[in-house]
Ligand binder design. Structure first.
Ligand code: 6GU
Length: 225
């Protein structure tokens, strides 16, 4: 999978891709990630990329031309399955969207900044808009890193234990059950007996029960879907 990220703050984005799972995926050639600094496509000596909004109001808006130049340059070299815009005024990212995107070959992720991008960018180029939750971030960079992590870990071969992505919270719209490791007793707090029993059907049943319990308590909305 190839991901091209168009951003105003490439340095803010780099470290998540240079560590842990995303680094492993890139090292194994299962994911290729490229950063494109929007500033390089800006106007004039100051490489201007944003301007005041028509109609007045606080906050700068990213102009269409620099973004169009960057996207057209990428599109000249290959076909893209999705051009995604990270913005708080969009549907919230969920596991189904991550699963869907993990099957794609080439995607572009555009990260917004300031007041966002000129609406005509969204109308002309964007195939999917994604928010990562109901709160406002300074820019879409960290949101793009979150999206990439959620997607890249699902690419076959990235996770060492091939089954582990399938048992994650949310893969079946349930939260994960509690987990324990050594010691089996800590300051009087004991690990549930069933987990030490070696009876795997019983352990599975316990985990399912706890997953439902936790979901009902913390995220009952997931059970409605
Ligand atoms: Cl994708 N961008 C920004 N700026 N804020 C957000 C977001 C995205 N998702 C949630 N908050």
């Amino acid at each position: 999978m190839r991901i091209d990220i168009i951003t105003v703050e490439p340095d803010l984005l780099r470290s998540p891709f240079e560590n842990s799972m995303m680094k492993r995926a890139i090292d194994k050639n299962l994911a290729e990630v490229y950063f494109h600094n929007l500033r390089e496509f800006g106007f004039g000596n100051y490489r201007q990329i944003d301007d005041y909004q028509f109609g007045g109001g606080a906050g700068m808006v990213l102009m269409i031309e620099p973004i169009a130049k960057c996207i057209e340059k990428l599109k000249a070299d290959r076909e893209y399955d999705e051009i995604i815009y990270m913005t708080p005024d969009a549907k919230t990212l969920n596991q189904a969207t991550a699963n869907h995107l993990s099957l794609k070959k080439n995607i572009i992720i555009l990260t917004g900044h300031y007041k966002g991008v000129d609406q005509r960018v969204r109308d002309k180029y964007i195939t999917k808009e994604i928010s990562i939750g109901d709160y406002v971030l300074t820019g879409g960079e960290l949101a793009a890193a979150v999206l990439c992590d959620a997607v890249i870990r699902l690419i076959p071969g990235v996770l060492g234990d091939e089954t582990s992505a399938l048992t994650d919270s949310f893969q079946d719209n349930l939260l994960s059950p509690p987990v324990y490791t050594r010691p089996s007793e800590y300051e009087g707090m004991k690990v549930p007996e069933v987990l030490l029993s070696g009876n795997f059907p019983k352990i599975e049943a316990w985990r399912t029960e706890k997953a439902y319990e936790r979901t009902e308590q913390i995220r009952p909305d997931l059970l409605d879907d």
